[in-house]
Design a protein around this ligand. Structure first.
Ligand SMILES: Nc1ncnc2c1ncn2[C@@H]1O[C@H](COP(=O)(O)OP(=O)(O)O)[C@@H](O)[C@H]1O
Ligand SMILES: [Mg+2]
Length: 488
């Protein structure tokens, strides 16, 4: 049974998160995780400054199914099945040692070793007092503490596999850090964080999925209470369009799993993130929404109390949750609205969501999207300033220019763009991203000419109008330089 339980599906990051849950439930304010690379002698240690355990509670805690999952738990408790400590540990290691101290009392210590189980003839599983010989010094931190717990994993057969080396350990540590920064971000964040997390001596900084306070954010709803529940709350967020983020912000905002993996619902229990992304099986007309590129800016924060665990079908890995049927329609409506906004922001370079009259005077979009029963088509606007002025001046070439426009419209590589967008993490380059100034200026001055000579605007009006028009609103210094020679 023990060997089978190892395959429950934990990874190192999720297994560590489960142990940190125990530390938090025991009122720890600081948890230090250490990954030590030493070939086959590598080890992982979690030290917390929580309440600790006495002899009896340690013995109970080391048992499988230490507590009845149906029992009511303290509201702050992150446990549920009475399994985490053992299953999470054995998913990574063959030897688990726990040492603990409560109220300045004696240090108590027990260890399990899978290699020594089944060796003896009796029906009993041998659990050993004290640390395994040779590992005693790893529990030294407890000597200086009044209370706290040290969990040690050794014989890391699931981590240190054939060919695994020091650099792999470093990469693994990065993944652990990203996962912990995400899972516990709300406990690590704020003016006086309730938790300090250390990984190999360095503080773990929280990862905020919602870019709180970012000026480019497209949408942030108030916090809604879901009706007919005790304390289920939801807040909907639509992140800024990529144009509004610096490249470093863009990369950080994507999150450990990348943009599409990280879209959707973020389910928290006691501020601990259970589920990062996904649409909880909600959808339209019985068809569940999938995580796709177009909705990648939507993130919905959902808080549930631990009294609702059974209702939400929380699994042992704390990685899955499913909303009770009676809440689905409310959640569906909120998610639908958020998804729509996210899609609009994604498709329209982010500017669409800024509701203000200031843009009404902008240059018409070059591309028009037309939806009809026959499908969607993409047309170049004939009344776009530059297009209209060219057509007007075209003379005999006009039919050819119209034919060219039509050809371009009919051969937009839609599938190709769609594929590239879905496969790459980035949308294809548009809006003069990365183009040198002189290239932007070429196009810009043609439109400027069209506005002045053909539309009859004065240069100041034309500059103002271009300054409000995407993508030129991101090149204001170039816009300001337009036509300056002429007016002097
Ligand atoms: N770091 C810790 N500090 C204090 N007590 C702990 C710690 N880790 C585990 N325990 C005790 O061991 C018990 C079993 O833990 P676990 O197997 O994770 O199940 P659960 O968290 O669902 O109760 C916990 O309920 C707790 O009493
Ligand atoms: Mg637990």
């Amino acid at each position: 049974m023990l060997e089978s339980l190892r395959g429950l599906g934990y990874s190192l990051p999720t297994a560590l998160a489960d142990l940190i849950d125990n530390s938090i439930a025991a009122n720890s304010s600081e948890v230090a995780v250490h990954l030590e690379w030493a070939g086959p002698e590598s080890w992982v240690r979690i030290v917390d400054n929580g309440d600790g355990m006495d002899d009896a509670s340690l013995e109970a805690g080391m048992r499988f199914g230490a507590r009845d999952p149906r029992a009511e738990r303290a509201a702050s408790d992150l446990g549920r099945f009475g399994l985490g400590l053992k299953t999470a540990s054995f998913s990574q290691a063959r030897r688990l040692t726990v040492a603990s101290r409560q109220n300045g009392g004696p240090v108590v210590c027990l260890h399990w070793d899978l290699d020594l189980i089944g060796q003896e003839s009796g029906p009993e599983w041998p659990i050993f007092e004290g640390p395994a010989s040779g590992s005693e010094q790893l529990f030294a931190p407890l000597e200086q503490m009044e209370h706290g717990t040290v969990v040690l994993w050794e014989k890391l057969d699931r981590i240190v596999t054939d060919g695994f080396g020091a650099t792999d350990m470093i990469e693994l540590a990065d993944r652990v850090e990203a996962h912990l920064a995400m899972t516990f971000h709300r406990l690590l964040d704020g003016y006086q964080p309730t938790l300090r997390l250390l990984l190999n001596g360095r503080g773990v900084k929280p990862w905020d999925p919602y870019l709180m306070g970012h000026p480019g954010k497209a949408f942030e709803s108030p916090e809604y209470r879901i009706l007919h529940t005790t304390g289920v709350t939801v807040q909907c967020h639509v992140l800024p369009h990529r144009d509004m983020l610096k490249p470093t912000e863009q990369e950080a905002a994507a999150g450990p799993g990348g943009w599409t993996q990280q879209e959707g619902f973020y389910v928290y229990r006691n501020k601990r993130l259970l589920l990062a992304g996904g649409w909880l099986g909600l959808g339209d007309g019985g068809k569940p929404w999938t995580r796709d590129e177009a909705h990648r800016l939507a993130r919905i924060r959902l808080d549930i109390p631990n009294s609702a665990d059974a209702d939400w079908k929380i699994n042992v890995l704390k990685s899955a949750a499913s909303p009770p049927v009676r809440l689905r329609s409310q959640l569906n409506r909120l998610a639908s609205e958020t998804r729509d906004t996210a899609r609009r922001v994604f498709a329209h370079r982010g500017h669409i969501a800024q509701v203000s009259g200031a843009r009404s005077n902008a240059v018409a979009e070059a591309w028009q999207v037309r939806r009809s029963a026959q499908g969607t088509s993409y047309r170049i606007a004939r009344d776009h300033d530059l297009v209209a002025s060219i057509l007007n001046r075209a003379g005999a070439l006009k039919p050819d220019i119209l034919a060219l426009l039509r050809l371009i419209e009919e051969t937009v590589p839609v599938q190709r763009i769609w594929l590239d967008t879905a496969e790459d993490k980035e949308t294809p380059r548009t809006g003069f991203a990365g183009a040198p100034n002189n290239e932007v200026m070429e196009t810009l001055s043609s439109i400027f000419e069209a506005l002045v000579k053909f539309r009859g605007l004065n240069p100041t009006e034309a500059r103002e109008r271009l300054g409000r028009t995407p993508p030129f609103d991101r090149h204001l210094e170039l816009v300001a330089a337009l036509g300056v020679k002429d007016t002097q």
